[in-house]
Write a protein that binds this ligand. Sequence first.
Ligand code: ADP
Ligand code: ZN
Length: 289
Amino acid sequence: MTLLGAIEAGGTKFVCAVSDDQLTIQERVTIPTTTPEETMKQVFAFFDRFEIAAIGVGSFGPIDINTESPTYGYITTTPKTAWENFDFLSSLKTRYDVPMGWTTDVNAAALGELEKGAAKENHSCVYLTVGTGIGGGAVVNGQPLEGFGHPEMGHLLVRTHPDDSFEGLCPYHGNCLEGLASGPAIEKRYGKKGHELGDRNDVWEMEADYLAQALVSYALVLSPEKFILGGGVMKQQQLFPMIREKFTEKMAGYVAVPEMNSYIVPPGLGDDAGITGSLILAQRELNVK
Ligand code: ADP
Ligand code: ZN
């Protein structure tokens, strides 16, 4: 039986999984993201037990996905300094000499949702995670969207809400989308964690305003058939109707978009979008080449 391996490499935890060629997961493990030495040791301990035919990796970043670049396969300028300039793919390749797929965690999640989740009727989607950071990935015509680098949708510039005096916390841009609307931004603005603010309508109205602004921009540029919003902050489910309403307002009828309730949705795969997409990357390494 052909076995596929996958790693969803997040800033907090790694999920590693092994599946059959139909993507049915046989075993998985969760490993804390500490240092490359410690974390990779446990990754190897897991995969060493199997005869893996290919591995797909969806990684936190920024990462280098440019196959022409000398640092292809590296995690590059991450604020998690232990992982800065870590040659992730070589570290795996020296242990397992098998084909490897490599993209961002959010591109992998978008791919998982497109093939197996909320967007399985579609050819394109955007996956946005709103958590400790904000990150977005896209699949267009079945392929993860990549260019010279990968999309950095979280750092979109947005208009400050008229009631917002918070300066934003992005170390690069201050008040970009991530700077204003990530979980830590909410916490810093109100002095309380997001999950403690559930009954504060104004908090989520403002949050929805920022996210709707971003989605309108993504829609105007990419015209995805579906938006999938995940991450800790989106556990506030009241955000969904608010974002749909504000998206419609801001788009102002300029371009026709799909029916709202099925256009901006939570992940169909729940927390498994990223690992599923990473398995699909591995599967594609075997099928496509
Ligand atoms: P990460 O982005 O680190 O992978 P999460 O997606 O869980 O992890 O995001 C964590 C962030 O989401 C934290 O800032 C946390 O305060 C926020 N968060 C988690 N749960 C909720 C909730 N129920 N309501 C609002 N914010 C939440
Ligand atoms: Zn930024």
